[in-house]
Design a protein around this ligand. Structure first.
Ligand SMILES: [Zn+2]
Length: 256
């Protein structure tokens, strides 16, 4: 066994050397191989590790641990240093069971790839997506499943800059089933005061951003009001609920 480990170490060292020698650039890929194959202690502290958490490891996390990991993951995303993952290995590891650490409710917008912006992989997160990221009964049921049944520690409601759904709601667009969808965003428009009538339009970015953030806040209010399961889990400290705003122009997530 020791011989095998030493042999593996030799191969990794060779890979590191080759990587640096060939590119003359940073040894980032080599570092990631090292993280994946060799390190164990540091991996447990810093979850930049290419494997899925076991149920015990996930259960040992506090909601604050998960939030901290979301923040660190977004920093890695902005720095373009996403964790290198062995997807095939993850598929094998998760084929029988899953232990996601959190759930994110996001808009459907193609510029908001949720796992990527938090640098999370297969099996790490539940994702709920609907244009305008609001929580209707079915979405609340999904969140209750993610937390109460499956053990996730954090619920994040993620709005984003330049949200077409919110802009359409401000414009009072009426079209097919979109009309009913946009009605869910109406309360956020009503919540957004402090803007004179002539500035309450989609040309005013400050106003639109305020409605987007209020839509996140309103969704969270609805979650607490309409789901006793979620509000009790929050009160007892079993989960945390956070609002967030993703900036499509620079990749940053701002927690509200
Ligand atoms: Zn959107």
């Amino acid at each position: 066994m020791k011989k095998l480990n030493f042999f593996t170490y030799l191969i990794i060292t060779a890979l590191l050397f080759t990587s640096c020698g060939e590119t003359g650039e940073s040894n980032e890929p080599g570092e990631k191989i090292q993280n994946t194959e060799v390190t164990t202690e540091t991996d447990q502290q810093d979850q930049q590790v290419d494997r899925v958490l076991t149920q015990e490891e996930r259960n040992a996390l506090t909601p604050d641990d998960v939030v901290a990991e979301f923040r660190k993951g977004n920093t890695r995303f902005i720095q373009d240093s996403l964790t290198l993952r062995d997807r095939q290995n993850r598929i094998t590891q998760t084929s029988e069971a899953q232990n996601p650490k959190g759930m994110v409710l996001s808009c459907i917008d193609s510029r908001v790839p949720v796992e990527e912006i938090f640098d999370q992989g297969l099996g790490d997160l539940f994702i709920g997506r609907i244009a305008g990221n609001f929580a209707d009964t079915e979405m609340l049921g999904s969140m209750e499943y993610a937390t109460k049944v499956a053990g996730s520690k954090v619920l994040v409601v993620l709005g984003h800059k330049n949200c077409g759904a919110v802009k359409s709601a401000i414009e009072k667009v009426e079209l097919g089933n979109i009309t009913a969808l946009l009605n869910h965003i109406e309360p956020a428009i009503e919540m957004t005061d402090g803007f004179p009538e002539d500035q309450r339009n989609i040309k005013n970015e400050e106003y639109v951003n305020a409605v987007i953030k209020n839509n996140v806040r309103h969704t969270i209010e609805e979650m607490r009001e309409k789901s006793p399961i979620i509000s009790e889990m929050e009160s007892s400290g079993d989960i945390k609920i956070l609002g967030a705003f993703y900036d499509v122009s620079n990749g940053t997530v701002e927690f509200l």
